[in-house]
Ligand binder design. Structure first.
Ligand code: PLP
Length: 388
């Protein structure tokens, strides 16, 4: 077959590879503790599940509008107005099959030969993959442990060239659990004034998972509304990773392209999922708070226990549900730490190098497991380090 050479440029997400290996080991009877994959370990709250069942029983079996159900887009618009005071018309809100398609759509729209797109390193690996697939060049800006894994606006702005079409930011962040303070966001927006050709994609999928203080959305900056893309969704906030429900907010000038991509690729998000998302957004929010508090407690536990390990340091995660630990003073590389932990000690975690070059010497541990599982996983890691 004469294949499209772009296939070779597609990357992947190691969390899925490690998950498959952890499941395979578990099937052979090995006791595996999973701190690898980034998904809440809670079930989807019952009122959300019931709304989907009701939608199926009520006959919502057909296509919906490609941009999503108007009632759900209204609910998203109202939610954003309540939480961020931002006034976003539903014409700019698109319901998506999860968060990932928004980054892919954005890279398809703003990528292409000769374009440069700025991404965090370490950062979510699908950004680079989508950029490469779209024929553009990923240019990374660094996040460091010493800066609490926040980005520096000056550093990001310094990487802009006449070819830069898009900057991708993510706060709270995967894989670091870092949050970039508002002062840096203010600086970034002020600096963008000098670069009117550059768009901004703000991945806010973890915005409801801040452990200290309130989230700041880029929607709070109306001066960039004509070039701001927001990625958000229900996966992490409502423990709905398998439902595939997300939303994008596009600047007016990109809405038509986004709609055409949806029509070409997935037509629409399945209707019962959209009713589930509606129940999530308009229903009681105590489930969100309960999960947030549980993740915050576990993040504190992981932080405290990891710092007791010989050669390991880990700042307290500020949000999302990941701890990013420095293991450079152990005898392991990031990859050998990942492989040894899984194959010999039954602990699934992810090498920092899966998230970029600057992840060398680091590993990511997910807080999406019980406190007792976290405790015994870290005991196993202590043994692994002492036996090395
Ligand atoms: N953005 C970030 C930073 C993520 O960590 C993830 C998932 O891990 C996503 C987007 C994708 O979310 P979804 O599962 O809804 O596609």
């Amino acid at each position: 077959m004469l294949l499209n050479e772009a296939n070779e440029r597609l990357g992947t997400e190691s969390a899925f590879t490690v998950l498959a290996r952890a499941n395979a080991l578990a099937q052979t009877g090995v006791d595996v503790i999973n701190l690898g994959i980034g998904q809440p370990d809670f079930p989807t709250p019952p009122h959300i599940v019931e709304a989907a069942i009701k939608a199926i029983k009520d006959g919502h079996h057909g296509y919906t509008p490609s941009m999503g159900l108007p009632i759900l887009r209204e609910a998203v618009s109202a939610d954003i107005a309540t939480r961020y005071g931002a006034n976003v018309p539903i014409s700019r809100i698109q319901i998506m099959p999860g968060g990932k398609p928004t980054m892919f759509f954005a890279c398809m729209m703003l990528g292409g030969k000769g374009r440069e797109i700025l991404v965090p390193d370490p950062g979510f690996p699908i950004y680079q993959s989508a950029i490469n697939y779209a024929g553009a060049k990923a240019v990374s800006y660094g996040l460091s442990e010493s800066q609490g894994y926040a980005f520096s606006a000056d550093d990001v702005l310094s990487k802009i060239t006449p070819n830069t079409s898009l900057i991708i930011i993510n706060s709270p962040a995967n894989p670091t659990g870092g949050i970039t303070p508002k002062t840096e966001l203010d600086k970034l927006v002020a600096g963008l004034e000098h670069h009117p050709h550059v768009g901004l994609l703000s991945d806010e999928i973890y915005d409801r998972l801040c452990f200290d203080g309130s989230p700041v959305s880029m929607l709070s900056y109306p001066e960039i509304a004509d070039r701001l893309i927001i990625l958000n969704g229900w996966s992490k906030t409502y423990a709905m990773t398998g439902w595939r429900a997300g939303y994008a907010i596009w600047p007016e000038g990109l809405v038509d392209y986004a709609d055409r991509l949806a029509v070409n690729i997935h037509s629409c998000v399945n209707a019962p999922t959209q009713y589930a998302a509606l129940a999530a957004t308009t229903g009681p929010q105590d489930c969100v708070e309960e999960m947030r508090l549980a993740f915050a407690d576990r993040a504190t536990l992981i932080h405290q226990e990891l710092n007791k390990l010989e050669g390991v340091t880990c700042p307290l995660p500020k949000g999302a549900f990941y701890a990013f630990a420095n293991i450079s003073n152990t005898k392991f590389s990031a990859k050998s730490f990942q492989d040894t932990a899984l194959e010999k000690y039954g602990v699934a975690l992810i090498a920092g190098t899966s998230f970029g070059e600057l992840g060398d010497g680091y590993v990511r541990l997910s807080c999406a497991n019980s406190q007792s599982a976290i405790q015994s996983a870290i005991e196993k890691l202590a043994l692994m380090i002492s036996e090395s």
